[in-house]
Design a protein around this ligand. Structure first.
Ligand code: ADP
Ligand code: MG
Length: 198
């Protein structure tokens, strides 16, 4: 079973890997976006860790809703409200429980991913974060490692796609041949989860 401390460790590990990979995320956002995704994610997750450290929430659900709220209020780009919605919806599904199972985490994140699609009007194949989030959450029923692997493959699979949502869609066919930055950062969130689950 996973407690609130596990979820704080996940968000802290996510912030660390985003720090390490921020330049790469911004580089991915340069040919098909506005070269700010690494900075956006860094700003957001720095705010998340600061808040979680100052006042550690008592339950897994509260950790995720608090993190989601911080992302929405601190990130200016499209990714802030989208990731914020993912975590807030997942946190809401986890409710007030002190501990949750891996299966409960999977179903909470599945609801969060649905909410991202609703907010963004997007679906897998549109070359967005959903192309990593959906396979990642699906593979979570097998293991944390499988989820990290599937999300990473999902991010790579965005390279040949033409973007249909977000800034990259303005480029039409010229968006083909580049990895989606949001899919890359989603893969990092699953990598952080697999790391803390070890
Ligand atoms: P912005 O595009 O406002 O500069 P970011 O660069 O931080 O914001 O984030 C861009 C990422 O957000 C994209 O790579 C994509 O994965 C994701 N994204 C953008 N629009 C959508 C959408 N409608 N649905 C799902 N994800 C989206
Ligand atoms: Mg951007």
């Amino acid at each position: 079973m996973l407690d609130a401390a596990f979820f704080v460790r996940w968000m802290t590990a996510a912030a660390a890997v985003i720090d390490r990979e921020a330049d790469r995320l911004t580089e991915l956002d340069s040919p098909i976006g506005d070269a700010d995704h690494g900075k956006n994610m860094q700003r957001g997750f720095t705010a998340v860790v600061k808040t979680l450290t100052a006042e550690p929430p008592a339950t897994p659900g509260a950790v995720l809703t608090t993190a989601g709220r911080q992302l929405i209020s601190s990130v200016g780009g499209a990714s802030g409200p989208l990731y914020g919605t993912l975590l807030r919806r997942a946190g809401k599904v986890l409710g007030e429980a002190d501990r949750v199972s891996a299966e409960e985490l999977r179903s909470g994140l599945a609801a969060g991913v649905d909410a991202v699609g609703q907010l963004g009007g997007s679906a897998p194949g549109d070359k967005t974060m959903l192309d990593a989030l959906v396979p990642g959450v699906t593979a979570l029923s097998a293991s944390f490692d499988a989820a990290a692997e599937a999300a990473g493959q999902g991010a790579l699979a965005t390279v040949p796609m033409q973007a249909r949502k977000g800034r990259a869609s303005y480029l039409g066919e010229r968006s083909i041949g580049h990895q989606d930055p949001g899919a890359a950062s989603s893969a990092l969130l699953f990598a952080a989860l697999a790391e803390v689950a070890k």
